[in-house]
Design a protein around this ligand. Structure first.
Ligand code: ATP
Length: 237
């Protein structure tokens, strides 16, 4: 028998009310890799991330999710975060009225605590410079950095990133990409949902492509870059 994958999604179905969105998907994520989760608008990428993170919405009707031998499918979103999942939502969810540093400290109130605040400042020097600034007044790129930094302040094994490059200038995307590579070197596994498929594929080790709630590709990111038909049909690139 083969060893179970580090993160394994098995026959997962997810709904918003009566809307059947994720229609029985299976995929594995290997420890320490960056997996790009791609597909057109409405394909079900955000829904898949939220389902893995055990958010209240969508409702997962069926299937199993295992992280490092822990059954996430039996857990609440809070328990899943304690088990090592760090979801960075598309809206970044910076807490108003708190400084950069207070946003980070808040992430460290419950054990298990992850990176120290100094260590995340070493990764994001811009945040150190702006530690006393209110978090919601940061630029879009800086807010994205803060959202990632906050996830690292908890002891995460898997980072779930929902469209981190959205609305950011290419030079800021370069900066965030570099930090994602450093985070990978530290052994953290990442699932990257991105509309900017070319950039995501160049960074990622592997890719999963969703289309209308099902998986149409699961393989090496480089294979997608080389496959014009796949790119045109499912990614419009
Ligand atoms: P995008 O790139 O546009 O964000 P996506 O692949 O992330 O797309 P999802 O956000 O997962 O797609 O949405 C999948 C489907 O679920 C869409 O048809 C969307 O309208 C629907 N949906 C998303 N959120 C809800 C909700 N809260 N209630 C009802 N339907 C929803």
């Amino acid at each position: 028998a083969t060893a179970p994958a580090f993160l394994s999604i098995w026959d997962m179905h997810a709904y918003y009310g009566e809307s059947y969105i994720v229609q029985g998907i299976n995929f594995n994520v290997h420890e320490g890799e960056i997996l790009a989760l791609l597909g057109r608008n409405g394909a079900g990428k955000t829904t898949t991330l939220r389902a893995i993170a055990r958010m209240d919405d969508p409702q997962v009707s069926h299937g199993e999710i295992w992280l490092d031998h822990q059954p996430l499918h039996t857990m609440s979103s809070y328990q899943a975060s304690q088990a090592g999942l760090g979801l960075v939502p598309e809206d970044r969810s910076i807490i108003p009225g708190l400084t950069v540093e207070e946003n980070l400290k808040l992430a460290q109130i419950a054990p298990p605590i992850g990176w120290s605040i100094d260590r995340v400042y070493d990764l994001f020097p811009r945040l150190r410079e702006r530690r006393t600034q209110e978090g919601v007044t940061l630029s879009g790129g800086e807010q994205q950095m803060l959202a990632i930094a906050r996830a690292l302040c908890r002891d995460i094994k898997v980072l779930l990133l929902d469209e981190p490059y959205e609305g950011l200038a290419p030079v800021i995307v370069d900066e965030i990409e570099k930090t994602l590579s450093i985070i990978k070197e530290q052994g953290i596994t990442t699932i990257l949902v991105e509309q900017n498929a070319v950039r995501a594929l160049k960074l990622a080790d592997r890719a999963v492509i969703l289309d209308t709630g099902g998986i149409v590709f699961d393989g090496l990111a480089s294979e997608v870059l080389e496959n014009e038909q796949l790119r045109a049909e499912y990614l419009a690139i």
